[in-house]
Design a binder for this molecule. Structure first.
Ligand code: SAH
Length: 222
């Protein structure tokens, strides 16, 4: 079904402005990130039936048992990843709706993103096309293996939670690079972690926030 970007009128801009105010109240300070959140049409990444809730600060279902992340988490992960400066390119694992990659694509020259469910990837690509984004490269695959072709990455963002950080992602992180990743079980605790590769063999780990993500699963499916 075709969707148009008409209808992103004043109403939706006002609700987006309000969302940005909430993000500020919750502690997001990076003006570049706030501006991108203010101007990215999140409602186009959500089924029309739920689009009226697009600018609430909550995660929402996107089908296939998956969710689009809460705007605060999108802003927080983006802010942390880009804090030392803008990398030339970034790898995202877990494209989902394509909203997080759209936010990244407005800040980083090139975004590589991997999704294991092809039905979600098709919709994400369509949303990117609709808003005229052309610097996102997608791959249908199990992102636990990263995307070796473009490695090493100066920045990696993982938006599904493994119980342990996959070795391949650590290997594909450039020395000096940063990875933001939720780690933990679905039922138990999950922590958002910042991993910095300080040398070929040394990684530093910081715990940021308690979070709740869908699990990072093995294999790829239609
Ligand atoms: N960044 C997304 C969040 C989607 S939820 C957004 O902005 O909407 C997490 C996504 O990770 C889901 O779409 C899920 O299918 C995907 N996922 C889970 N395990 C994966 C894996 N091993 N490789 C790639 N994608 C995975």
């Amino acid at each position: 079904m075709q969707r148009s970007i008409q209808g992103i009128g004043m109403t939706s801009q006002r609700t987006r402005d309000r969302l940005v105010e909430r993000l500020r109240e919750k502690g997001i300070t990076d003006e570049r990130v706030l501006e991108v959140m203010r101007t990215t049409p999140r409602h186009l990444f959500i089924d029309e039936a739920l689009a009226h809730r697009a600018y609430e600060d909550s995660s929402l279902p996107i089908g296939h048992g998956q969710t689009i992340s809460q705007p605060y988490i999108v802003a927080k992960m983006t802010e942390v990843l880009l804090e030392p400066g803008i990398p030339d390119f970034v790898l995202e694992v877990g494209t989902g709706s394509g909203y997080q990659s759209a936010v990244l694509s407005r800040l980083v020259p090139k975004v590589y993103t991997v999704e294991r469910i092809s039905g979600l990837l098709d919709k994400a690509r369509e949303a990117h096309r609709l808003i005229g984004i052309r610097n996102i490269y997608t791959k249908h695959s199990d992102g636990s293996w990263g995307w070796p072709q473009h490695a090493p990455y100066p920045a990696i963002m993982v938006t599904a939670a493994p119980e342990q950080i996959p070795e391949s992602l650590l290997e594909q992180l450039a020395v000096g690079g940063r990875m933001v990743i939720p780690v933990g079980t679905i039922s138990g605790d999950q922590q958002l972690k910042l991993i910095t590769r300080v040398s070929v063999t040394n990684f530093e780990e910081h715990t940021l926030d308690a979070v709740r993500f869908v699990p990072l699963l093995d294999g790829s499916v239609r």
